[in-house]
Structure formats: C-alpha cells, structure tokens
Design a protein around this ligand. Structure first.
Ligand code: DQA
Length: 156
C-alpha cells in the first residue's frame, strides 16, 4: 500500500519576481513554457515519487520571506528560483537558512554566462545545491534530487 497523503514529504517551490511572466518574457533567455505548466508538471512528478508539491510565486521580497517563515516546520524540501532577488536579497537568504531542510536553487538561464551582476548568488553558500542553465528541466531535476534526498527514490 502506498503512503497516505498525510505522510508524503512536502516540497515547496518558490518562484521570485517576473517568473509569472514566463513564456512571454524574453523567451530566447527563459524559454516558452508558462509557469503554470512547470507547476503542473512538478505536481505530476511529485505524485510519481510520493511527494506533495505546492508552489508559490511573488514579485515581492517581503511576501517571499513571509511564505518561507510560514513554512517553517511544515515542509521537507524547498526548490527556489529567487529570480532577481538571487543577487540582492539578504532577507531571503536569512529566511531560508532557518528552514533546516534540503534546498535546491534553480535558475533557468546560466547566470554565470550573463551580465556580471548575475554571477553572484547570495543563496549559493546556504543551499544544498544549484541547477543553472538547463531551462525548465532544472526544476524537474531539482525535484528528482529532493526525491532522492528525502528517500523517495533510490540514490547512490
Ligand atoms: C533567473 C536569473 C536571474 O538573474 C533573473 O533576474 C531572473 C531569472 C533565471 O531563472 O535564470 O529573473 O533567476
């Protein structure tokens, strides 16, 4: 018998500012997939791997901090694309540090190949791992990595 929903590890996916515009926004950089499609696919993959996946997008730094604080003790893993806040937000960095769960930072584009102001991530040294430059696949690979870390998929 499968695990009941109640016992399924919970993964939160946070998308930062302007990611609600995916598909419309600089498609040559960020691709043509809409955010809702990414979120739906993550829920579907979560079902395969017995993970309960929910997602949250905000254009506001404080709203993202509030969401992270509200999830303290209620999630088992986090996938976060802080978008432009990656490069500026000590507040989001300070919030995620407290969670104490595996965190995967995702960027659709390869931030290291772009403008120098994108090269620095204030999250980099407090997350479990980063996936950059693989487009939407980065989110799915991040969920796979969390599934392994949370014991829902075999790992090495
Ligand atoms: C991004 C990269 C950031 O530099 C940028 O501000 C974004 C998206 C990415 O997914 O490639 O909004 O996080």
């Amino acid at each position: 018998m499968g695990k009941t929903k109640k016992n399924m590890p919970r993964v939160l996916v946070i998308h930062g500012p302007n990611l609600n515009m995916l598909g419309l926004r600089e498609p040559e950089v960020y691709g043509r997939t809409r955010l809702a499609e990414i979120d739906d696919r993550l829920v579907g993959l979560g079902q395969q791997w017995n993970l309960e996946v929910s997602s949250f997008q905000s254009n506001h730094e404080g709203a993202i901090v509030d969401k992270i604080q509200a999830c303290l003790g209620k999630i088992d893993g986090l996938i976060i694309n802080p978008a432009a806040y990656t490069h500026t937000s000590i507040a989001i960095r300070d919030a995620i540090v407290v969670l104490g769960v595996p965190i995967i930072e995702v960027h659709l584009s390869n931030i290291h190949k772009r403008e120098s102001f994108r090269h620095k991530s204030l999250m980099a040294d407090v997350v479990t791992g980063q996936i950059v430059g693989l487009g939407v696949a980065g989110y799915y690979l991040a969920l796979q990595a969390l599934a392994e870390k949370l014991g829902m998929l075999p790992s090495d």
